[in-house]
Design a protein around this ligand. Structure first.
Ligand code: 5GP
Ligand code: ZN
Length: 116
């Protein structure tokens, strides 16, 4: 399964190396290659979906898993209490550059609002 030319599908298949820190049957998380914060992870579904626009009622559980993965990683990495930012960029105006849905998990510094 997955798209042959999708970077994140290649990471899932192990064809591109990544620093994985979390994995379940449906979801993996790995370090962002170009971290914007001291902690910067990407949490993705193993099924290929280009963006949040491709998700539906039938994907409720996997979307919930992605969110709960963020909390679990926050607890394990020790920044649950100090806090963190979770972000899903969608489409051009959202600033999405990789077209396989991913949630950013950022921590280790204070994040401003609104983002740029
Ligand atoms: P977007 O801008 O689509 O929300 O975020 C894409 C993220 O993927 C960026 O933060 C970028 O640094 C990260 N990224 C792009 N290519 C790779 C890669 O090959 N490996 C890893 N670990 N992260 C990547
Ligand atoms: Zn993909």
């Amino acid at each position: 399964m997955g798209l042959d030319d999708c970077i994140f599908c290649k990471i899932i298949k192990g064809e591109i190396p990544s620093e994985k820190l979390y994995e379940t049957e449906q979801v993996i998380a790995f370090k962002d290659i170009s971290p914007a914060s001291p902690h910067h992870y990407l949490i993705i579904p193993k099924i290929h979906k280009a963006s949040l626009n491709e998700f539906d009622q039938e994907h409720k559980l996997i979307l919930g898993e992605i969110l709960l993965a963020a909390k679990e990683i926050a607890v394990k990495q020790g920044f649950a209490e100090s806090g963190y930012r979770t972000v899903i960029n969608t489409g051009k105006d959202g600033g999405q550059t990789v077209h396989h849905l991913h949630m950013h998990l950022l921590a280790g510094r204070e994040h401003k609002w609104p983002p740029g």
